[in-house]
Design a protein around this ligand. Sequence first.
Ligand code: ATP
Ligand code: MG
Length: 361
Amino acid sequence: MTAPVPRLEIRNIVRSYEGRRVVDDVSLSILPGHVICLLGPSGCGKSTTLRMIAGVEMQDAGTIHVDGQLVCDTVFRVPPERRSIGLMFQDFALFPHLSVAENVAFGLRGPKPEQRARVAALLERVGLSHHIDAYPHELSGGEQQRVALARALAPRPRIMLMDEPFSGLDNRLRDGIRDETLAVLKEEGTSVLLVTHEPEEAMRMADEIALMRDGRIVQRGAPYNIYNAPADKAAVAFFSDINVLTGTVRGALTETPFGQFLAPGLPDGARVDIVFRPQHVGIDFDRAGRGPNPTALQGTPARAVVERARFMGSESLVEFRLDHDGQVLKATVPNVFLPKTGTPMWLSVRRDRCFVFPSGG
Ligand SMILES: Nc1ncnc2c1ncn2[C@@H]1O[C@H](COP(=O)(O)OP(=O)(O)OP(=O)(O)O)[C@@H](O)[C@H]1O
Ligand SMILES: [Mg+2]
């Protein structure tokens, strides 16, 4: 079997402003019907990448293909309206003087009865049939968002580019609209490139996440893999709070208050960071100055005292000060766990949830 042709493929895209590469050799492909999230901090080049794919801005180098056909290189350029690409942005700006039906029909061509049928079907799908003749100012934010989705989908684009489309909605509304939007996009078989700087949104929506930083894709993979096999310390930190222990390599091992960690492939004297998430810190009570026995999974426990404990709703966050060197580590515990400041306890770290990276860089 031959590999399927990607719906969208961008290769080695570069864009500079005033001599600074804000998009620096980015390559990405999306299979038909797949959702890819471009996830990264503010200013890393996400929107610029989307604008080049949409065709409203031109790259300095690199190519863009849709269904195997060249859409744009640095010489040839298919205009934006002929790329079969739908757009949805944060300020999705419905036309205020057009009704809901007219907004959705805006990009449609061809016989009127077919247009009407497509508009009716989409409004039915997003649950707005009863608002077909309303005007945008008569709708709630969430309803306007659904009209914008229907409008973007009406011409059956092969690709949807979405730039933080949910960030204008309040939190509780957002989860529902995200799931609903995803369901509609999957039904339509549209390939989606969704830009966000929120890891939860990416995890919720994406078949695959492309992690972007300083104009480059630093890692790409299924949400589970990005979360559990992060490329570097910043990739761990992007998804959650982190704890970091530092150490020096001796014979491919490094000593920590939690025992030895493997540091394969790193030379003696190299500094390493051992990175782990607060939810992977185990907590045991102190029994007359003794903690639990070391295990292969949990390593050696280290004694610490409670610095501060806070209730966060679905979990409690407890900060501990290690006896060993006074370093503060964070642990999260489901539900309510609020030990008094100064209580001695024993911490351990899930070995299979620790990541060892060279320091710095
Ligand atoms: N037209 C422009 N002229 C000069 N610099 C620009 C221009 N457009 C974007 N930039 C710069 O390029 C960098 C990337 O911008 P971009 O809008 O792609 O970031 P982003 O990842 O979408 O960020 P955010 O999450 O805040 O939307 C930023 O430093 C920005 O200031
Ligand atoms: Mg942006």
